[in-house]
Design a binder for this molecule. Structure first.
Ligand code: HEC
Length: 114
């Protein structure tokens, strides 16, 4: 009985730390993958692309994954994208080679920004 309780506690601790790492890596990927050069979150970053501080309130997780990997499926390259009442040149590079683990963490982070 004692053994199973400690096994349970270890499992809970592992799940907790995995969730924490998951959440942290989404925001650090935003910098390390270069998104921050063109996009700002909470006042930090570039303005070539739209501000993403509240992007999760108007875009779904699956929409965000497509935008990261194949942005031209949403906004044809070289045209003007109208997002939240602002116009942008559609120049976002596709990140089609991003590993699924990074893509999932980054998209989940963005989706959490309400
Ligand atoms: C060279 C500049 C540039 C880089 C780098 C860039 N983007 Fe973008 N992004 C844009 C532009 C411009 C748009 C407007 C539409 C388009 O071009 O597809 C956009 C649109 C978006 C949108 C849609 C926002 C909305 O409110 O609908 C999301 C989400 C997004 N980018 C996320 C990212 C992420 C995540 C990264 C990093 C992996 C990234 N972008 C890298 C320029 C960039």
């Amino acid at each position: 009985m004692k053994k199973s309780i400690s096994a349970l506690l270890i499992a809970a601790a592992l799940i907790f730390s995995a969730t924490t790492v998951f959440a942290a890596s989404g925001s650090s990927l935003f910098s390390s993958e270069g998104c921050i050069a063109c996009h700002a979150i909470n006042g930090q970053g570039g303005s070539v692309g739209p501000d993403l501080s509240h992007v999760g309130s108007h875009r779904s997780l699956s929409w965000l994954k497509i935008q990261i990997t194949h942005p031209s499926e949403h906004f044809a390259a070289g045209t003007t994208a109208n997002i939240n009442g602002q116009s942008y040149q559609s120049i976002m590079p596709g990140h089609s080679n991003m590993p699924a683990s990074k893509l999932n963490a980054l998209a989940a982070y963005l989706e959490s920004l309400k």
